[in-house]
Design a protein around this ligand. Sequence first.
Ligand SMILES: Cc1cc2nc3c(=O)[nH]c(=O)nc-3n(C[C@H](O)[C@H](O)[C@H](O)COP(=O)(O)OP(=O)(O)OC[C@H]3O[C@@H](n4cnc5c(N)ncnc54)[C@H](O)[C@@H]3O)c2cc1C
Length: 449
Amino acid sequence: MENQENKTEVIVVGAGPAGIACAITIARAGKEVVLIERGKFSGSKNMFGGAIYAQPTREIFPDFEQNAPIERKTIEHKYAILGEDDGTVISYKKKTDKNVSYSVIRGKFDRWMAEEAKKAGVILVEETVVRDLILENGYVKGVKTEVETYYADIVVLADGVNSLLARQIGMRNKLKPEDVALSVKEVIDVLKKGSTTLATTKSVTFVEGKNMRYFTKVITENFNITEEEVNNILKDETYLDELIKEYWFLTDDIKNKNIYYSLEGYLYPDTYEFYTNASIKDIFRKLLDNMDDKLTPYKEEIENSKYSVHEMMTLASIIELEAGNASDRKGVAGVFYNRLNNGWSLGSDVTTYYAEKIDNWSRDLKKSELSSCNSYNTRSSCMAGKLPVSPICNPGRESIIAAIEPTSHKYYYFVADKNGKTYFNETDNGHTKTVNQLKRDGLWIEYEN
Ligand SMILES: Cc1cc2nc3c(=O)[nH]c(=O)nc-3n(C[C@H](O)[C@H](O)[C@H](O)COP(=O)(O)OP(=O)(O)OC[C@H]3O[C@@H](n4cnc5c(N)ncnc54)[C@H](O)[C@@H]3O)c2cc1C
């Protein structure tokens, strides 16, 4: 139902060049327009410079060449026509100023455009992410941010070339690599007096299924960052609050005092290219951005589930370590949900290893460890019907999807053989029989201590 107080004539989502140009044109036509941008300020999400073409820019900002923060006039353009495995480059120079372009730093240029838009009467709302569109009878009637709902006669989506919002309502398909081009810009680090090195990058891999202790090791081995710095930032409430504000999948759940490492589970395992002088915040941001890309297509499914995103990520981390092979993950997820829904304990050894801060399967667990009441240890009866307080490793994509889309069945037990094949059972009796059969067939996994 529309709330007239929160209703405006036009809402534009995204204060990049397209959104600002649109909003300013509408405001100049005398309409009320609200421009919503997720960044701290327009351009803050853009780390690149870019070429701004004078002619279309002059149509909106006639004097921009005098007033805007432009860097240099481009005197030569090169166009590359790319083939499968070759390319032809055409170079073009022009004597007059008629169709020139300028290089700009987007962080500065977009911000200047946004200030001009405000002068024209645009209501700019920054640091606000539009999460959903409100659809009524097939029409977009407004937008939902994290805190508020706004209605409008017209909603313009200018949230960038990937427009996740247009994808959410089926107006856009996911971009195919062959339909887009990405130019690679060269970042030139101008040497300052006394400095001798250029910024270089390195490739670093975070393996899936590993926990924060391993991630910390990878970070400290590859960067000039200490274990203490990693641990301190994971406990820094101001930093965590900033992240919670920025990433929809991070919630206050990560601030629970019983959690060992606040970002455990949310750092997407992958191979990344980092600057060698990257800070711990740069590293976490890259991994969280990647998690955002992977999780966002499932946002609606997660929100419609009776489990929270934190619970699902926690379950995904257990599935990652418990499921023998990828094809069984959804079945294993089904077993865990059946147990949770019936108040059973998950009975997962990997949660006990995590609770004790020892590497998985590095030795047998002691009886006292298995029964110890700890908010991670699902072997303990005090955790019946409960998930651990946080994920216990950083799961990969298949485990995350398994937690979101489990197979529905009646099994309460599973066991994997030494080849990774998983056997499911409804009863303890059936489970014991399977285990004995595996032992007889030489398929039982024996761990070396
Ligand atoms: C490496 C690279 C180099 C490029 N170089 C050039 C160039 O030199 N010249 C050129 O013309 N083009 C260049 N492009 C293309 C360029 O990105 C686009 O021309 C331009 O940014 C498009 O502007 P836009 O406003 O549509 O999108 P964007 O600039 O992507 O702006 C979208 C804005 O929407 C915001 N937003 C997104 N989702 C939400 C949400 N849910 N809620 C609130 N706000 C949201 C973003 O924070 C962002 O500020 C380049 C692109 C890349 C990737």
